[in-house]
Design a protein around this ligand. Sequence first.
Ligand SMILES: Nc1ncnc2c1ncn2[C@@H]1O[C@H](COP(=O)(O)OP(=O)(O)OP(=O)(O)O)[C@@H](O)[C@H]1O
Length: 702
Amino acid sequence: MADDLLCINISSSAAFFGSRLSSRDGRAAKAGKRRADGGIREVPGAKRRRTPGVLGPQKNTTPSPAGEGRQQRSAVGKSHVRTTDRHRDGQRGPDRPFIKTSSLFRNNPDVPDIHSPAVTQVKEKVFTSDSFEALDLHPHLLATLDKVLHVTSMTSVQRQTIPVLMAGKDAVVRSQTGSGKTLAYGVPVVQSLQAADPKIKRSDGPLAVIMVPTRELAKQTFEIFQKLLKPFTWIVPGVLMGGEKRKAEKARLRKGINILISTPGRLVDHIKNTLSIAFSAVRWLILDEADRILDLGFEKDLTVILNAINANGPSRQNVLLSATLTEGLSRLASISMKDPVSIQVSEIPEESRATLSKITVAKAEDGQQADSFAVPENLQQHAVVVPSKLRLVCLAAFILSKCKFDKGQKLIVFVSSCEVVEFLCTLFTTVLCGQRDASTTLKHHSALNFLRLHGNMKQEERMDVFQEFSHCRSGVLICTDVAARGLDLPQVTWIVQYNPPCSVAEYVHRVGRTARIGTRGCSLLFLTPSEVAYMDVLASHSISLSEMKMETLLSVLMKDERFKGRGKWNNKSAQALEQELRERATVLQSDFENVVHASEDSVQTAKKALQSFLRAYTTYPSSAKHIFHIRSLHLGHAAKSFGLRDAPQGLVTKATKRPGAKDKTKNKEKRYSEQFAYFFFVHSSCEYLKEQENHRTPASLT
Ligand SMILES: Nc1ncnc2c1ncn2[C@@H]1O[C@H](COP(=O)(O)OP(=O)(O)OP(=O)(O)O)[C@@H](O)[C@H]1O
């Protein structure tokens, strides 16, 4: 660890996040010269002298193939070394404290080459040449599609779905993200309700119930229905979602809502508490993002809703839609629907089937072939392998390259927890938006605009951010998976997955926030060296990524004079350039560390973010634990990616089983949601509860 330490002398006057930064004298650029180690050259710097006699014997830190954590564990937990260094200006103030931090470029695991298995991606044609006029729609609805929504020709999923639904059938619809599924069900719902005889009255209550998983998606869907219903003013749409005033919603429900769009939790709230909804007239039940709604998390809510609707409703049409409906789930759900039509826009090419069958890791745990998902054809998917310690600077460099040096870019960065969103957003705003002039005061860099979105925010703030990011021309939205599904945010150019998703379905939905409706878009997945096997998992679902090199990401720092190192890079040799690059990365990391360590509060914020990241890391499903296991993380290196100079002591994260240990809950979630899907639409609560009590698998499923 001693060799892993740098000694930095900083001005400790930097205030808590958001305040002025300390002057540059704290940077690692001024740190001591580091010894070359294991073939890794260090940045050039001032000399570092080690106070003799303090160090214990060094352990061997040879990389182990088993994962970065194991090999690096030997490098942490040792006492720090008192070192001295010489400043860039050659002086060290006598009253300035020594700050010790580990080198960014030492003791990292080897970055393996990525061998992404060759797969043929599943393709879907987005547009057709068929016009909406070919359908038997009300002329006012046709005019609205053209003049208000600016759509004339149908997308593939619309051409296949609208006639089926207009014929009164149930449907299970799977088509890629951003292919127009909302209008695929929205148009037939409006067409059928406007034609109802006698004319629909507000007091009829809900005739269509549309369930979506998040508040933002509920709002977005509501706005689309508002537009579609412009000529049909007697049909009233309404939205219910958590965070809004329940009393106001209750009043609107009392007045009457004919097309009811809601998140499951909020609808249950009204069913149980306000008793203001009569479902006796429901003719349509639509589950958008159906695989998510049928998920374990929503199971109880959906049971309550179905029981309420089933109690005394007439026969109705049921529609399930998603970009990632697995065959198993849609088959089981369809058992309980009336002769549903299965609409799947994509076809898996034969060659792809052959490749898939060869990828053994691809097999689902129950031995079934993994489902293939279609991703937009114009989406360029990349992956970058970055050792833990370098993750923060690499993400920052990537954001700078897109938002500062490449104009007009709009990025969404997905992370694993609300705390990490808050932490990164504040840190990046402080460090990356800061620009020093001669008097070292900070100015805001206008091209960089960081926004945050997560489930712990107040509803009003969530909506403001959603609107702001929808309308801005460039900026970075740092968010949790609350923004992963359904959101139609215009002109997003890059999706960055800083923390890998919990499932391949979530991967597909996250990247689906770009390259929508035939436009171009790019995505970047961050992996650590111990996580590269995730590429195989993606390949097993027909998803193939090309590699981006970490050095390519970091190279943008050469353009940013704020991170200038010791300034010898006018020597144009490759070696000098590489050294300068490393020095600049180190300077940037030091800026982060200085801000984090500016006060006890900011250190605590960083620790909380680290802790929540670790906790989230324990929640990967058992089938992915061989790749994402908490034990393969190196705490000290993970801490560095939160700007912490040391691995914090006493972090509590839920202990998990060893990889390979017998998992009794294997496939439990899957079994659960499949069983639940079976009960979808048909069973009353009594039957459902009876089955649950008996813990029986329904006969038709066996
Ligand atoms: N026929 C069409 N022509 C042009 N644009 C369309 C058409 N239909 C829908 N769109 C636009 O395509 C975008 C994506 O539509 P939508 O959000 O319904 O996609 P989706 O398939 O539901 O995506 P996701 O799976 O991510 O929820 C929207 O901006 C919508 O206005």
